[in-house]
Design a protein around this ligand. Structure first.
Ligand code: SME
Length: 160
């Protein structure tokens, strides 16, 4: 049984602890769905003010929802649409303080106010995105972005 310990210390210390927990959860496991499912649960239950945490996977045409925690979400997102599409098509994390100001934002949970999306690439190959939503405006700062990028990298390492 996995027992998550509460995160403590500074924000960067908390992200170091979360990364260690993520690595421990995925240790010895290469199944991407299993690891994505457990990571979504870990993130959702560890971070405050996150109402959706999960993965979209690229199927060669568009992003398709994968394992997540939160309310049911839109299933398919074209690369030209939304915050997720922007992360996938640019290859850069998207940190949006106010989703209402983002042209083409796709509202899956109407409570969502801010969003952080990290693209997942294996070399040049687009694998998908890791998406976090919050009902608080400007919930995610640069430390959250760096923390999630490190966790995304840990997940990508399991594909190698
Ligand atoms: N808001 C996202 C869609 C996915 S949901 O937030 C889970 C977007 O604009 O791409």
């Amino acid at each position: 049984m996995f027992t998550s310990s509460a995160l403590s210390g500074s924000k960067s210390e908390q992200y170091a602890q979360l990364l260690a927990q993520a690595r421990a959860l995925m240790h010895g496991e290469r199944d991407r769905i299993a690891n994505a499912a457990n990571l979504s649960a870990l993130i959702y239950h560890s971070l405050a003010d996150v109402n959706w945490a999960g993965f979209y996977f690229y199927d060669g045409t568009e992003l398709v929802v994968g394992p997540f925690q939160g309310l049911p979400a839109c299933i398919r997102i074209p690369l030209s649409k939304g915050v997720c599409g922007a992360a996938a098509s640019t290859g850069h994390s998207q940190r949006i303080d106010d989703v209402d100001t983002f042209p083409g934002h796709i509202p899956c949970d109407s409570a969502s106010r801010s969003e952080l999306v990290v693209p997942l690439f294996a070399g040049a190959e687009l694998i998908g995105v890791l998406d976090l939503d919050s009902s608080k405006r400007a919930r995610f700062d640069t430390e959250d972005q760096a923390g999630m990028e490190a966790i995304a990298d840990a997940w990508l390492e399991t594909l190698r």
